[in-house]
Ligand binder design. Structure first.
Ligand code: ADP
Ligand code: MG
Length: 691
């Protein structure tokens, strides 16, 4: 039996909830009726007049009011797509761009990819017929490269502006600028939250158009004491609601795929245990890497008698609207990317969400009727431990790629670009320095020929440099294979709990000398030899879905190489891996470490915290036999600082690849320390200090 949580919850509106859900169920609406029932519909004409009158308009409306799906259609219906001009609508999230485009294609009765399409990184689902184009903000940013005035567009909607992703923030600066030179361009900034004044101010006092929504009231409950195990508490609360409440779907906010799968498993178990005593519980996960064919499931109406529970990342906060939710469970966490300029390390961390997020999440319960939100934290935590608002991504990221993009769009003085929230000066300076170390900028801070080529890649500058260098060493085929595999590196090898031994053995069989990069390459090449076989993956404990993803990424990289005229060549002598190693050194010379004498720990050679103690991750093939000099793909901080995906290198390659950063003398000096007698090795002594 399940021990229920002690929610302080007065269900005085249960009848009302049931009535509202019944009402919604009865109205099996046609698409046309659904469109007309959206809050935005009543303001269609007012909106179109405002758009005609003003060049820039800030549009604010509750999630689900119809901004994303309806605005582009209204613009199209009003003639803004005449003469093959496009309406573009940006989305911070890939899944949202795909799902919304699919929905709008359906509403317009056209095939997705024709009149209505989407464009996301590594996938272009548009054609020359496309007039309504949804795309990630990053993709629009890239379009500035080829079309600085975006002449193909009559209207641009910068949607989900409140999300304040890095790309959206950069877009603000760019569209503000082109709006000045293109008075014919209509610009809509759309946001789900009320801090729209900031957008209006930024766009020189643009008017704000509010779509009044009337969501139903949502009763919020808190836990009385902090919840140590929020996953368990979430599962219990779902079951509690499922058992005690007659109707209403449930939406749970989790931080990522792993958590979602854990909760999914626990719920399935709980349901099995209760068997036919309870009604059917339909579990729908939604997260960024969920295959597209499974994304549609969350939008299917719940069959009568059953209940749907949606396990979502914060994509369901404002990006996509799921109808029918009456109960929201909010553990109060979110997974975010953090970059530290000091350690040069980017990490995904689970952190407390903001009060603004908590408010949005609760709001998702009030769309069909009065709702409830169960916060798995205390009222005190809400008031005292949460930030008021989310920190814009630009304040917590590596700016390298963005600076490169800005430079290639012709913005010479990146330091005075009109950011809505300017990044820390130090972060900008550090990004500029990285790019000049990589050879993308010259001494004057101008884009070099190499830099211009690097900007063509929607990749971290470190990766684009590696690819471009592989041309020189005639091994671009292998290098892009490895990079595609690095893209999925954390989920290539499958290790089920009950077959750990076999899985580890299978993994060992793939090991190649030189390091993990070559093991990944080996997996890739063997898979290609089996003609992309699914059963081969099963037999070898390889995750098929990761492999197909790597293949997609690789196909795109091939396309990019063709576009940027990087010749695709296979390493002429497969036994000689030096060309591949040298290509990686050209990009990753900042991620290098030297084995310390008397042990298995390394010190970071240069960049960031030089001398910092780091370790080879136990899953690496080089863990048992640590080479003297290595480079790594990423540094992951857990109990120790671990290098993941490690490759053996030679120090002279560093001086070859980055003569401005490494001198032979300093590397020799570092090397010679090994020969020092042990009693001289005093931690912190000047002789041990590193360059
Ligand atoms: P907003 O952008 O204002 O948050 P949307 O335009 O995204 O609102 O959503 C409006 C409505 O469109 C939703 O309430 C939902 O009914 C419907 N909708 C949106 N996306 C889909 C989808 N993929 N499948 C089915 N219905 C959808
Ligand atoms: Mg929207």
């Amino acid at each position: 039996s399940i021990e229920f949580l002690n929610w302080d919850w007065k269900t005085n509106n249960e009848d009302e909830i049931i009535a509202k859900i019944d009402e919604a169920e009865k109205k099996a609406k046609t698409i046309e009726e659904t469109r007309k029932s959206l809050p935005i519909y009543a303001f269609r004409n007012d909106l179109l007049s405002a758009i005609e009158e003003y060049q820039v308009l800030v549009i604010v409306g509750e999630t689900g009011s119809g901004k994303t799906t309806q605005l582009p259609q209204y613009l199209h219906e009003a003639g803004y797509t005449k003469g093959d001009k496009k309406v573009g609508c940006t989305q911070p999230r890939r899944v949202a761009a795909m799902s919304v485009a699919a929905r709008v294609a359906e509403e317009m009765g056209v095939k997705l990819g024709y009149e209505v399409g989407y464009s996301i990184r590594f996938e272009d689902c548009t054609s020359d017929k496309t007039i309504i184009k949804y795309m990630t903000d990053g993709m629009l940013l890239r379009e500035f490269l080829t079309e600085p005035l975006l002449d193909g567009y009559n209207c641009l909607i910068i949607d989900e502006a409140h999300e304040r992703t890095l790309h959206t923030d950069v877009l603000f600066g760019l569209v503000k600028d082109i709006a000045r030179s293109r008075p014919d361009l209509k610009l809509l900034i759309s946001s789900a939250t009320l801090d729209a004044q900031k957008f209006a101010d930024y766009f020189d006092g643009a008017p704000i158009f509010s779509i009044p929504g009337k969501p139903y009231p949502v009763q919020v409950c808190y836990t009385k004491a902090p919840e140590a195990n929020y996953i368990g508490a979430a599962v219990t609360t779902v079951m509690q609601l499922h058992i005690t409440q007659q109707k209403g779907d449930i939406l749970v906010f989790l931080t990522g795929q792993e958590e979602i799968e854990t909760v999914q498993e626990s719920l399935q178990q709980a349901c099995r245990a209760l068997g036919s005593k309870i009604r059917e519980l339909i579990i729908c996960p939604i997260y960024a890497n969920l295959p597209p064919d499974m994304q549609g499931k969350i939008f299917e109406p719940t069959p009568p008698g059953a209940r749907k529970v949606i396990l979502a990342t914060n994509i369901a906060e404002t990006s996509i609207t799921i109808d029918g939710v009456s109960f929201v469970i909010d553990p109060g966490f979110v997974k975010q990317n953090f970059y530290s300029a000091k350690t040069r390390m980017e990490s995904l961390e689970v952190v407390t969400c903001s009060r603004a997020s908590a408010t949005q999440r609760a709001g998702r319960a009030g769309r069909v009727g009065p709702g409830h939100c169960f916060r798995l934290y205390t009222k005190h935590a809400y008031g005292n431990e949460m930030e008021e608002n989310n920190v814009p991504e630009i304040k917590r990221t590596n700016l390298g790629h963005v600076v490169l993009l800005l430079k290639s769009i012709g913005i010479r003085d990146v330091m005075s670009f009109e950011f809505m929230d300017p990044p820390h000066e130090q972060a900008l300076i550090s990004a500029l320095k990285d790019l000049s170390d990589l050879g993308a900028l010259n001494n004057e801070g101008e884009l070099t020929k190499l830099g211009r080529r690097m900007a063509e890649y929607p990749l971290d500058p470190v990766l684009s440099k590696t690819i471009i260098t592989s041309e020189k060493y005639h091994c671009s085929e292998e290098v892009i294979s490895i990079i595609s595999m690095l893209n999925v590196q954390s989920s290539v090898f499958y290790r089920p709990k009950d077959k750990k031994f076999h899985a580890d053995k299978a993994r060992q069989n793939f090991t190649k000398s030189g390091g993990d990069h070559f093991t990944l390459l080996n997996v890739w090449e063997q898979w290609v030899d089996t003609n992309y076989s699914l059963s081969w993956c099963h037999e070898n404990f390889i995750v098929y879905r990761s492999m197909t993803r790597a293949r997609d990424v690789r196909d795109q990289l091939v396309g990019l190489c063709e576009r940027t005229e990087v010749k695709l060549e296979s390493n002429p002598n497969p036994a000689d891996i030096v060309p591949i190693q040298k290509s990686f050194v050209a990009g990753f010379f900042m991620n290098t470490a030297k084995l310390l004498p008397f042990g298995d720990s390394y010190q970071k050679i240069k960049f960031g915290e030089a001398g910092r103690r780091i370790h080879i991750h136990p899953s690496s093939s080089l863990f048992q036999t640590p080479p003297k000099w290595v480079l790594y793909y990423e540094l992951v901080a857990t109990q120790k600082d671990y290098m993941r995906q490690v490759m053996e290198i030679q120090p002279q390659w560093l001086t070859e690849a980055a003569p401005a950063c490494y001198t032979k003398a300093e590397l020799d000096k570092l090397d010679s320390k090994k020969k020092m007698p042990k009693n001289h090795q005093v931690t912190g002594s000047p002789s041990l200090s590193v360059i």
